[in-house]
Write a protein that binds this ligand. Structure first.
Ligand SMILES: *Cc1c(COP(=O)(O)O)cnc(C)c1O
Length: 420
């Protein structure tokens, strides 16, 4: 019997079976987690992190040792020359935009090779949003290469890159699509193919949701610049805001000139006492990502056992923390999200309802009961109310907590007579 929560025998038995199905993947995840934990720990030791790195700075923030050393630790962990880790990146989109505007100049050509990028980047590039100050407004040309049968099209990439291509842009995670995420190996293949055609091309990776899901990170296989959010994987569920950029030091410097100002770059930026949580977040990140991965694998196994379409499947290797569930109808999407929410540590009493979210062409229902507003390394689910009625689920600060939420989601569906 599950203590403290009312779960039917059917769902309890299905959960026990699902857990057994997960054994092999959990072992693989444990191995990756341990490897990455040791990598992070070694970097902390190498740079002699101490209480003094947590001392808050104010004003200009000149000579903030904590800030400067965090960049070095980060670079080490991500296999990069340098990094820019800051609490004042407001979100992942802001971080990615800073990197793009930091290195691209009028007349430059950006080529996205993983299909159309994540929604919020459209305004940054100028795919949508005329006159907002997008890259397009500043004369940066944009093109993209669609995926072929949901996979990267290496031949088309190699054919498209030439001496005038400034940047090849890669999105590692599926984001809110159903396509598979890219492995670091595949990112390496793109880097090799693109650099064969133009050794000077800058390879940039949107690393959101991908960090610590594998033993290697994109800079280790040829990427020049990566960026991500600290309220996803890399903040370990501890960082309460922020983002990071890492890669070649000349490029990171340009990004710093964009984040602050030309000339000042990395020299300024008060940390206000936030260093401690950014260090602690990085320290926790490999473990937290492991918990999130296990949560996704379990949800996949459980809902597959009920007969739903799931992607990825429980026994597939993962390169991001996102799980998609085909729940077949609007009622099930709503019940699922309500069930997840009902088990959340924060805002459990809130009943999610579909609403017309700005920027979406259909209603969306979301579950998010998080310590950090909008954090998606914490268990969260989003579902646009439109065909094919998929929910996107990600995160889970700890597996046991996410597991009961998944069972409550199934229970909510069963109580409404919706569970297959
Ligand atoms: C989350 C995400 C972003 C944007 O990050 P925000 O913090 O939501 O602005 C960009 N790309 C991918 C793949 C993401 O998952």
């Amino acid at each position: 019997m599950i203590p403290f929560f009312n779960i039917s025998e059917k769902i309890e038995n299905a959960s026990e079976n699902a857990l057994k199905m997960c054994c092999n993947q959990f072992e693989k995840i444990n191995e990756i987690t341990e490897y990455n934990q040791l990598k992070v720990q070694k970097a902390f030791i190498e740079f002699g992190i101490s209480e003094s790195h947590f001392v808050p700075s104010t004003g200009y923030g000149y000579g903030d040792r904590g800030r400067e050393t965090l960049d070095k630790v980060w670079a080490k962990v991500f296999g990069a020359e340098d990094a820019l880790v800051r609490h004042n990146f407001t979100c992942g989109t802001h971080t990615l935009a800073t990197a793009l505007f930091g290195v691209l100049r009028p007349g430059d050509k950006m080529l996205c090779v993983t299909g159309t990028p994540y929604d919020t980047i459209h305004n940054v590039i100028g795919i949508t949003g005329q006159g907002m100050g997008s890259l397009k407004d500043f004369g940066v040309e944009y093109n993209e290469i669609p995926l072929k049968d949901e996979r990267i099209d290496l031949k088309a990439i190699e054919a498209a890159v030439n001496s005038s291509t400034t940047m090849v842009y890669i999105q590692r995670s599926r984001g809110y699509e159903l396509r598979p995420s890219l492995s670091v190996d595949e990112i390496g293949q793109i880097c090799t193919a693109a650099k064969r055609k133009n050794p000077d091309v800058i390879i940039m990776v949107d690393n959101c949701y991908g960090e610590f899901t594998e033993k290697r990170e994109p800079c280790e296989v040829g990427a020049d610049l990566i960026a991500g959010s600290l309220i996803k994987n890399a903040g370990g569920g501890i960082a309460s805001t922020g983002g990071y950029i890492a890669g070649r030091s000349d490029l990171v410097e340009k990004c710093a000139y964009r984040l602050t100002t030309p000339g000042l770059g990395k020299e300024v930026g008060a940390t206000l006492g936030l260093n401690r949580e950014l260090y602690m977040g990085l320290f926790f990140a490999p473990h937290t990502v492991g918990e999130a991965l296990k949560s996704s694998v379990f949800i996949s196994a459980l809902f597959e056992s009920f007969g739903y379409d799931v992607t990825p499947k429980y026994n597939e290797d993962r390169h991001d923390i996102v799980q998609c569930l085909g729940l077949e109808n609007p009622e099930s999407l709503v019940a699922f999200c309500q069930g997840i929410q009902s088990g959340s540590p924060i805002d459990s009493f809130v009943l999610p309802e579909p609403w017309d979210m700005p920027g979406y062409d259909s209603k969306v229902v979301m579950a998010a009961g998080a310590f950090t507003l909008g954090s998606s390394i914490e268990l969260s689910a989003d579902a646009p109310i439109r065909e094919p009625y998929y929910a996107w689920i990600q995160g889970g600060l700890n597996f046991h907590s996410a597991k009961i939420c998944a069972m409550l989601a199934a229970q909510q569906m069963e109580d409404k007579g919706l569970l297959k």
